[in-house]
Design a protein around this ligand. Structure first.
Ligand code: GRF
Length: 201
């Protein structure tokens, strides 16, 4: 069974959705460890309630290289095959990224490359886009810029508010993150430049 390491900073709804996909047999993997860089992250509480190994590793005030070396050590000790960022609000160092080549995924609540960074749903809403969505991508050293694995789009409705739009995007996140994880674990793809191309037709 392939082993996932989940990194989070907050709410943990994507963690819960991944755990649910595993429980329902839609994702063939196990969650080896959940690490939160904020001790009070509700996502760590969710992990504990699911009897997952939950590790609080506060990052505040710690040098990035030093923190990331500890993080990598914890993930390696847990023998993870894939690192999944699920609302992990901290940039990763080059050293960390090189320790897990093509083995770090992130979910972002916009159709990248539009609206990278914080508050992507609000950025999209305020910009007045008609199509919004979310993206699962490999993590490289640039913010929200690595090769795209999967995207989902939704139409923005006239009656949408920032909140309803964010909530409908979140529903799609919960669906495609597990799908993208399974796709990457299956390994049935190759890279063509920055394009992630499925090998079987
Ligand atoms: C999600 O919107 C995700 O796309 C972004 O951070 C948020 C995390 O939400 N990277 P949750 O903690 O998984 O509920």
């Amino acid at each position: 069974m392939k082993r996932l390491g989940i990194l989070l900073s907050g709410r943990g709804s994507n963690l819960a959705a991944i755990a649910e996909s595993i429980a329902q047999g839609r994702l063939r993997a196990e969650i080896a460890v959940v690490i939160g860089n904020r001790a009070s992250a509700p996502g760590l509480e969710i992990a504990r309630s699911l009897n997952l190994r939950a590790v609080a590793m506060p990052s505040q005030g710690i040098d990035r290289e030093e923190y990331d070396a500890r993080l990598a050590g914890e993930l390696q000790a847990s023998h993870v095959d894939l690192v999944c960022l699920a609302g992990y609000m901290r940039l990763l160092s080059g050293g960390f990224i090189r320790a897990f080549p093509q083995r770090i995924l992130n979910i972002h609540p916009s159709l990248l490359p539009a609206f990278p960074g914080l508050d992507a749903q609000r950025q999209a809403f305020d910009h007045g886009v008609k199509i919004a969505g979310c993206t699962v991508h490999f993590v490289d050293e640039r913010l929200d810029a690595g090769p795209i694995v999967r995207q989902a789009s939704i139409e923005v409705q006239g009656h949408d508010t920032r909140e309803t739009l964010a909530s409908r995007i979140l529903d799609q996140e919960h669906r495609i993150y597990s799908e993208a994880i399974q796709f990457v674990l299956d390994g049935n793809f190759e890279m063509d430049g920055r394009r992630v191309v499925c090998k079987s037709l």
